[in-house]
Design a binder for this molecule. Sequence first.
Ligand code: PMP
Length: 347
Amino acid sequence: MFNPQDLLRPHLKALVPYSSARDDYKGSEGVFLDANENPIGSITEADWNRYPDPYQKALKEKIGEIKAVDSSQIFLGNGSDEPIDLLFRAFCEPGVDNVIINPPTYGMYKVSANINGVEAKEVLLTPDYDLDEDEILEAVNDHTKMIFICSPNNPTGNDVSLEKIEQVLTSFSGIVVVDEAYIDFADRPSFTTKLDQFPNLVVLQTFSKAWGLAALRLGMAFCSNELLAILNKIKAPYNLSGLTQQTVLEALSQTEKKDSMVKTILENREALKERLSALELVQRVYPTDANFFLVTIPNARQVYEEMIDKKVILRDRSKVALCEDGIRITVGTKDENDALIAALKEL
Ligand code: PMP
C-alpha cells in the first residue's frame, strides 16, 4: 500500500507546522486582534489589510467544480513551480535521495532538484520523444523518490504515451508527477481522472497558459488527501495573495472565455503549422499537443539571434539533448504569427 509518510523526510514527520489563531476561529464576523494587521484599511483603493485564506477554500471549491476533482484533492501554489519545489522539500533528503527526469523536458525539475541539493537522474526520451519506460524503471534505486513526466511535453510539444505513464505509475513505488501545464490544448482527458486509481500520482496544472493568467502566478497540484496534507504542512502559511484568490475566483465564472481563447489558439496553431512547414528554412515542424511548436532550422542559434534583431523573440533549444537545431515557437495571435513568418522569410 502506498503511504507518502514512508517517503517523507524524517525530520518532517515530527514537524509542528505554523498555526494561526484563525485555525481556531473559522467565522468571518468578529473583532480580529490576533494577526497584527492594520485595522483601519489599506493604502490602495480596495482593502487588502487582512491576511487571505491560507487554504483558499472558496477558490478550491470552484476549481474543483470546473476540473471535476474533489476540493480536498487540490493544492494551490504560487505557480506550479511552487508545488514542484515543495515536493522536493518534502520527500528528498539533500545528498541522499534522487529523482528521475526525462530530457528534453521542462527545465525547472532539474533546477529545483539542484536548489534542493538533490540528484536529478536523466533518462532521455526516445528519439521520437516518447517515454523510455524500461530505462526509467531501470534507473530507479532505493533512494529514488519521484519521477517527473511532462505531457504535453515542453519543449517537444507532444503528449507522451499515456499507457507508458500508467505503467510507470503502477511499477514505481514512489511519487509520479505528471505535469499537464498544456493539457487544455491537448485532445485527451486529464490524469486527474486517475487520482483514485493511483495514490502515488500528483498532477500539475496551471493558470499560466490556457487561462491567460501567467502574471497572477497560480498553479495547481491534484493528489491524494495524504499527499496534500504533507504539502499543506510545509507550505508558507499565506502562499497565495488575496488579490490572486479574488481575481481568479471572479474570473472562473467565465470559463467560456477560456474555451474561446483555446479554440482561437488551436485554429492559429493549425494555420501556423502549414505556414512554417512551407518555409524552405524550416527543416521540420514537430507534431504538437500544446500551444507551441518545436521546429528544427539549420544554424538555429544564429537564426534565433537574427530573429531577436528583428524583435521576434523565440526560444533557442538547440543545445538541449535530442533537440539539435531546435527552436521552440509559441503560437501567437494572427498578427504575431504574420510577423513571425515575415521575419523568417527575410532571413
Ligand atoms: N510546467 C511546464 C511544463 C511549463 O512549461 C511551465 C511554464 N513554462 C510550468 C510548469 C510553470 O508554470 P507556472 O507558471 O504555473 O509556474
